[in-house]
Design a protein around this ligand. Structure first.
Ligand code: ARG
Length: 588
């Protein structure tokens, strides 16, 4: 459906044209002086130059041509030539009635659906998820959902890190602890056990010990490097162990992501890309892209316009081993082959930017992707503690994601029990739902590229620009609607009428912006724009609620109109938080 702004543009353009000017001057914007008017058109100012005429005169002629019209209740010329506009209440109400009936509340699905792969999450097998992985999961999940809402085919891939030294470390540590395991018996030819020789908690203890030891003990480290190499060469027993590590880890990761309301379509991993490496390397050599430089195989990726040095992209180390770049390039080959995407978007810590510049340039230069395949990098900033340094536990260690979530759940539980409006048996579940909103909204309301401070007190507050505040608003609306239904009212009937007061009109005007907000948030890959929008809507709703008697309204038609407005507000808010990746409870 057409947007309110577009309809106003059309009205103004017609008036410009009728007055003898180019219709393109009839552009309407939201007023930057809300105390004076709701919208404005500055076209006469621009037209003045083109037509060498005083802007005021042009504006007067245009307003005269607007004449009596269905859209504006006010069209006023102010010096030196602005046109100040207010929209008619019943026109606005009519527009919102259409919006309420639209299946996406005014968001237009794209006319050109694209296949977009989002590479996010990026956990490393056998290493516990830490807060650094939180942002990727939260932001990536939200962009995936927004993309789907606007009609694209979006595929989320977790891209597990399972091909590095950490695997060799775990194998080595296991070998030291349990040398008798059949996986280390080179003469063994039978089938390996189905059951893993460790649990997830053991695994999570094994990796850090191995990692610490490898830093102190060079021989041990070399053993781990050798084990990594043997694994990558396909040594049978090691492959079997690797599979166990993967299975145990993935089961645990899935549980963790589920708690975050994050889900992936693909659980592909670095290892899946390995089979594509030999042919890719051969091709790069054959075509003359890759050359040897002190034993290593590299592709130049610098460009003339570079202001800082972009080093060559390394494809193979001098010992023939592949690297993070090699795996990412091979993953691109695999993705092109399996999905032929229009775009691959990586949601990764911004400190990896150089890596992705190299990978993208190399992929493009060597023709791994088609000319019109977009490769994009959304590099996010660091989540810091109140001290401005990367978020840590109270003891100064790396904060595990599970513990962070448990802390926030507990904090939320206390607040909710204090509030007492929820019966005890629901409090735990409700606390989890609200806690997730605190974490996700706290993150997403910041522009992704910026660092931000994870402030538990602020994020869990029911007041201010927080997730719990948004949920509180939704719950308030739900409770009014429930009471209305209990009193015999029906949500089906009723149409929105012209607003009765300024706060109702402000709310209606805001709601009319939903479509443009969502479309723009996707274009700019900017979930924070949806956060800012729903914060405004929530504020506007709460002002309206405080100024207006809703259920005690005596005029039945008017009451039904309020109820319709509540329904639409609720739908807009709930659809928005779903795109942000959290939901609202029934009560709080
Ligand atoms: N596993 C990596 C890490 O923890 C992130 C992976 C990001 N995605 C990629 N295609 N490189 O740093």
């Amino acid at each position: 459906m057409e947007k309110l702004m577009e309809l106003m543009d059309q009205e103004l353009s017609r008036a410009f044209e009728k007055a003898g000017y180019d219709p393109s001057f009839g552009k309407v914007t939201v007023s930057n002086r809300p105390d004076l008017c709701e919208f404005q058109c500055n076209g006469a100012m621009a037209g003045a130059k083109a037509y060498k005429k005083a802007p005021f005169m042009i504006a007067e002629e245009v307003v005269a041509m607007l004449g009596d019209n269905a859209v504006f209740s006010k069209a006023e010329v102010v010096k030196p030539g602005f046109i100040n506009l207010n929209v008619k209440g019943d026109y606005l109400a009519g527009h919102l009635n259409k919006m309420a009936e639209d299946k996406k509340f005014g968001v237009n699905e794209t006319k050109e659906p694209k296949t977009i792969i989002i590479d996010y999450g990026g956990p490393n097998v056998a290493k516990p998820l830490h807060v650094g992985h939180l942002r990727s999961a939260i932001i990536g999940e939200s962009i995936k959902r927004i993309g789907r809402y606007v009609g694209h085919k979006v595929i989320g891939d977790v891209h597990l890190g399972d091909w590095g030294l950490q695997m060799g470390l775990i194998i080595t540590e296991l070998k030291h602890r349990q040398p008798e395991l059949v996986y280390f018996d080179d003469s063994f030819e039978g089938e390996y056990p189905k059951e893993a020789p460790f649990t997830i908690s053991e695994l999570e203890e094994i990796y850090p010990s191995a990692s610490v030891r490898s830093k102190e003990d060079e021989e041990y480290r070399n053993e781990a490097l050798e084990a990594t190499h043997l694994l990558q060469m396909g040594k049978r027993g090691y492959k079997a162990l690797w599979q166990h590590i993967l299975n145990v880890s993935v089961a645990d990761l899935k549980k963790n992501y589920e708690n975050l309301n994050v889900s992936f379509d693909l659980w592909k991993s670095e290892a899946d890309a390995q089979p594509y490496i030999p042919d890719m390397v051969e091709y790069m050599k054959e075509k003359g892209y890759a050359y040897e430089d002190s034993g290593a195989l590299v592709v130049d990726v610098k460009e003339e316009s570079d202001t800082k040095e972009i080093p060559p992209c390394m494809i193979l180390k001098s010992d023939g081993a592949s690297l993070y770049t090699t795996t990412d390039l091979a993953t691109i080959v695999e993705r092109m082959k399996l999905f032929d995407p229009d775009e691959i978007l990586y949601v990764v810590d911004k400190r990896q930017e150089l890596h992705f510049i190299q990978v993208f340039r190399c992929a493009r230069k060597t023709g791994l992707v088609k000319e019109d395949t977009k490769l994009s990098f959304l590099g996010f900033g660091t989540m810091n503690g109140k001290d401005g340094k990367p978020f840590k536990t109270r003891e100064g260690g790396v904060m595990r994601l599970e513990n962070l979530i448990a802390d926030i759940n507990e904090e939320m539980y206390k607040k909710i029990v204090d509030n007492r409006s929820v019966r005890d048996k629901d409090a735990g579940e409700t606390a989890k739902i609200v806690a997730l909103s605190a974490i996700k909204y706290g993150d997403l309301s910041n522009q992704a590229t910026k660092d931000y401070i994870f402030d538990v007190d602020r994020f869990t507050s029911f007041e201010g620009n927080t997730g719990p505040y948004i949920l509180y608003t939704i719950v308030r609306i739900k409770s009014i609607l429930n009471r209305y239904v209990q009193e015999g009212g029906s949500l089906e009937k009723g149409r929105l009428l012209s607003p009765v007061n300024d706060s109702e009109k402000s709310l209606m005007l805001l709601l009319s912006r939903f479509g443009a907000t969502v479309e723009n948030a996707f274009e700019e890959k900017a979930p924070h724009k949806i956060c800012a929008y729903i914060y405004e809507v929530s504020n506007a709703f709460n002002s309206f609620y405080h100024e207006t008697k809703i259920l005690s309204e005596e005029d039945q038609g008017q009451k039904e109109s309020f109820i319709q407005l509540l329904e639409l507000t609720k739908n807009v808010l709930e659809t928005s938080i779903d795109m942000l990746g959290f939901s609202a409870p029934e009560r709080m």
